[in-house]
Design a protein around this ligand. Structure first.
Ligand SMILES: Cc1cc2nc3c(=O)[nH]c(=O)nc-3n(C[C@H](O)[C@H](O)[C@H](O)COP(=O)(O)OP(=O)(O)OC[C@H]3O[C@@H](n4cnc5c(N)ncnc54)[C@H](O)[C@@H]3O)c2cc1C
Length: 461
């Protein structure tokens, strides 16, 4: 992009326009996953919705490629585009809580920690993900699942409205009553339909929660996972537990003799009376005696940020996902094999529950098409050292390939990784794909918003 074009863009915007010659360019194009190395021609830090409208008009009229940055946590780095323009919403981090109505309106560039902090002040919360620096933008538009999902559903099940800048530069509000077709598509269809400048969520009474971590040596994976797969789906909705394979980090709350050990484990969130968490989780002794079991009451935002320090921004990540409705014995054996061979200390596998309250929403009510899934699985090869990028990638791909036959065929759109193709997008949306393509034709017929897991406006894909 020539300097005249950059200057022209600057005049139409209040927020800064950062080009490759600017000193903060390197920092502005840095994202959570350091495996991604893309060089936009410009990064536009939007101050408000007016900036977003101006940016969209400018980018479209000049025939430039457009990407949108919320929290910058997308695994494949979809918030950056080589030689195009990133519309960066990071200045738009604000939250307004209405405690009487139990709602929160949230700026489109906010992170989960902004939302959790603001709502916790009123003893309220809404379901989101489990790492507090994740953007509400990408997480919500993909569906959003986390510790409160069994009790209160997906993030999109609690979305009441969204303010959106469309491809033609116009600004609309989407809700059950305004642009309901767009509102349906935004609840799971990703960033395909416009740039959301604010989200409005329903809140629930959540204050302190009971947190638990239980681990067993990895060679107990067979007993533990077969017990967990039977226990979790029939557990009370106040009990949320995601299953994980990981390596014990060298620090509290884990005792020193476990540091560096490969384990299987469950991370619990108990939304019932926190004083009863220990009793509610006494079942953990059933599969085998745990090597470590810890419970404590915690403010909900503390649980939400529990993993932040372990996996800060700037590490190498390669991930893939799949939905599961059952975990048959041969699949358990695959998990044991890859758990025993975690390639680096931070590589992991998580099975996040998406049942209970998330199953009570009808499949046709939102774009999220896996209401029959019990778990959203993610296989993530992670390491700080770029020299290990290929190792973590190979482990992830091999693991995914061996468990895929036991999956439901598609993955959570937000767990799609680098290089996954249109067949995988189709597998994510199943028979919702054609309805999404119809909405795309209405709101973005020229596919301006295509730096995402793309829904094509045409019939062909
Ligand atoms: C460490 C880690 C933990 C995670 N844990 C969870 C979890 O517990 N639960 C869960 O559901 N997901 C989880 N995720 C996945 C997460 O939901 C996705 O990575 C998501 O894309 C992140 O959104 P973002 O805004 O930070 O990303 P970005 O990279 O900024 O954006 C991702 C996509 O969303 C689009 N987008 C973002 N904001 C907007 C907006 N306001 N308007 C229009 N389009 C927008 C972008 O264009 C891009 O296509 C996790 C990710 C990481 C890295």
């Amino acid at each position: 992009m020539d300097s005249a074009t950059l200057d022209a863009m600057r005049t139409s915007l209040r927020g800064p326009v950062i080009g490759p010659q600017d000193p903060d360019y390197l920092q502005a194009r840095s994202i959570y996953n350091a495996m991604i190395d893309k060089r936009p021609a410009a990064i536009v830090r939007c101050a408000d919705a007016a900036d977003v409208m101006n940016a969209v008009n400018f980018i479209r009229d000049n025939g430039l490629e457009l990407a949108v940055r919320g929290g910058g946590h997308s695994g494949p780095g979809l918030c950056l585009v080589d030689d195009g323009v990133t519309v960066d919403l990071s200045p738009m981090r604000w939250v307004r809580v209405d405690p009487a109505a139990r709602t929160a309106q949230v700026g489109g560039g906010s992170q989960l920690r902004d939302l959790d902090h603001a709502t916790h002040g009123f003893g309220l919360a809404t379901p989101t993900g489990i790492v507090s620096m994740t953007g509400v933008g990408g997480l919500t538009l993909g569906g959003g699942h986390g510790y409160l999902t069994r009790k209160y559903g997906l993030t999109v099940d609690n979305l009441l409205a969204a303010d959106v800048v469309l491809a033609d530069g116009s600004f609309v509000t989407a809700s059950e009553t305004e642009h309901p077709d767009l509102f349906w598509a935004l609840r799971g269809g990703g960033g395909n339909f416009g740039i959301v400048t604010s989200f409005t969520y329903r809140l629930h009474p959540v204050d302190n929660v009971g947190v638990g971590i239980t681990v067993w040596p990895v060679d107990h994976t067979r007993e533990v996972l077969t017990w967990y797969r039977d226990f979790l789906p029939q557990a009370p909705e106040d009990i949320y537990g995601f299953f994980t394979l990981f390596t014990i980090p060298p620090g509290p709350p884990f005792p020193e003799q476990l540091h560096g050990q490969k384990v299987c484990g469950i991370v619990w969130c108990h939304t019932g009376d926190p004083d009863r968490t220990e009793d509610a989780l006494a079942v953990v002794n059933e599969p085998a005696p745990p090597a470590f079991h810890f419970t404590a009451p915690m403010p909900y935002p503390a649980l939400q940020s529990m993993f932040d320090e372990l996996i800060p921004t700037g590490y190498q990540w390669y991930w893939r996902g799949d939905f599961f409705d059952r975990i048959p014995d041969p699949a358990v054996d695959v998990h044991l094999k890859y758990g025993e061979n975690l390639p680096t200390p931070l590589s992991l596998m998580h099975l996040y529950p998406v049942d209970a309250a998330a199953h009570r929403v009808a499949r046709e009510d939102t774009a999220w098409s896996y209401r029959d899934a019990v778990w959203s699985g993610v296989f993530a090869g992670v390491d700080p050292d770029p020299a290990n990028a290929e190792t973590v990638k190979q482990w992830c791909v091999n693991y995914w390939e061996e468990t895929h036959p036991y999956s439901m065929g598609g993955s959570y759109v937000n767990f799609m990784g680098q290089g996954e193709d249109q067949e995988r997008v189709r597998a994510t949306y199943r028979d919702h794909y054609d309805r999404l393509a119809q909405v795309k034709r209405t709101y973005d017929p020229d596919n301006l918003f295509r730096a995402n897991q793309n829904i094509r406006p045409t019939q062909q894909y």
